[in-house]
Design a protein around this ligand. Structure first.
Ligand code: PMM
Length: 319
């Protein structure tokens, strides 16, 4: 009994995850947040075209909120492998009416863009988060814009646009390499005047990462968290989950059949202390973050109890 208890105190403590400043108080929760994806694109890999009309996108965003999303990520340019670029005015024309309507409904909105101009206008229209999958590498004005607007900035690990990224899936140690490259981004953000407490980091699952490269990033997420910033994870419906679930013929399952696996990833990264998960199907992940919060809380209590018992045991032994 004493031995079993003593072993609990040797575990790593469950640290409370950092969260960015600058968001409404209602998002300061003791659990991982769920970001629902609203892709206003004709060609995103899992839901392209389904919410392309602004009214459909707004309806979809409201449904995701009703299912338990804490915030909504609105994007107007697909980042699926091989996707081409769309002009900035087209991107803005897609996202602005949707952001306007969702903000008017009281939603916390993030804009998914690699363009400083799109980010700036979206923040003017009420977006509170700039979600930049390029981590600032696609547009030299992005960090200045993040600094000037004061928006929360998500710096995702990125090595190149969608049409070329698969060629950059070359790592010595994917976790160490991603951590180092995110560290470079953090230094550049600091030099541009972006407040450290507004920055979130993201491993960029699926971006210049094949199936095998994604799992260590999930399993060793604590190493990315050790950069000292909140961590956002976007595993939802990605190819590596399709390959994991492939049947005996080796065919990956389709994107819409990856939501249960996505929720399982949500539970794991939420238990590890991720700040937020970005998902297409909200319901399963909204449950998963609550399971993980209960698990973390019980684990923290058990560690405390274990420590008290262990201290008592120590006194007994020395008496
Ligand atoms: N993945 C996609 C788009 N935006 N943003 C962040 N921060 N992290 C991600 O992993 C991420 C993202 C690609 O998925 P989609 O085509 O379904 O939007």
């Amino acid at each position: 009994m004493t031995g079993a208890r003593a072993s609990t105190v040797t575990r790593a403590p469950v640290s409370s995850a950092p969260r960015p400043t600058g968001l409404p108080e209602r998002l300061a929760l003791d659990r991982t947040l769920v970001m629902g994806v609203v892709n206003v694109t004709p060609d995103s890999f899992s839901d392209g075209g389904r919410w392309f009309e602004p009214a459909a996108a707004v309806r979809h965003g409201l449904e995701l909120l009703a299912e338990g999303a804490d915030l909504l990520d609105v994007g107007g340019e697909s980042t699926r492998p091989d996707a081409g670029r769309v002009p900035a005015d087209v991107e803005l024309g897609r996202v602005l009416p949707v952001i306007d309507a969702l903000v008017a409904h009281g939603a916390v909105v993030s804009v998914d863009t690699t363009r400083a101009e799109v980010a700036r206008v979206a923040v003017d229209h009420g977006a509170l988060i700039i979600n930049d999958v390029s981590g600032g590498l696609a547009d030299p004005d992005m960090y200045r814009t993040a600094a000037r607007t004061g928006a929360v900035y998500v710096a995702m690990h990125w090595r190149g646009h969608a049409d070329v990224m698969d060629a950059f899936d070359v790592y010595d140690d994917v976790v160490a390499d991603v951590r180092r490259e995110l560290g470079d981004r953090l230094r550049a953000l600091a030099a541009a005047g972006v407040a450290a407490d507004r920055i979130v980091v993201d491993p960029g699952l699926g971006f210049a990462k094949s199936g095998a490269s994604n799992w260590p990033l999930l399993a060793r997420i604590d190493e990315l968290a050790s950069l000292g910033h909140p961590v956002l994870v976007g595993a939802s419906r990605k190819r590596f989950l399709g390959h994991l679930l492939a049947g005996s013929g080796g065919e990956p399952v389709g994107p819409l059949d990856r939501d249960d696996a996505t929720a399982a990833v949500t539970a794991l990264v939420a238990a590890a202390g991720a700040w937020c998960v970005r998902v297409h199907a909200v319901h399963g992940s909204a449950d998963a973050v609550r399971v993980a919060a209960a698990w973390r809380s019980a684990r923290a209590t058990e560690n405390d109890t274990g420590k008290q018992l262990d201290d008592t045991t120590t006194k007994d032994v020395t008496r």
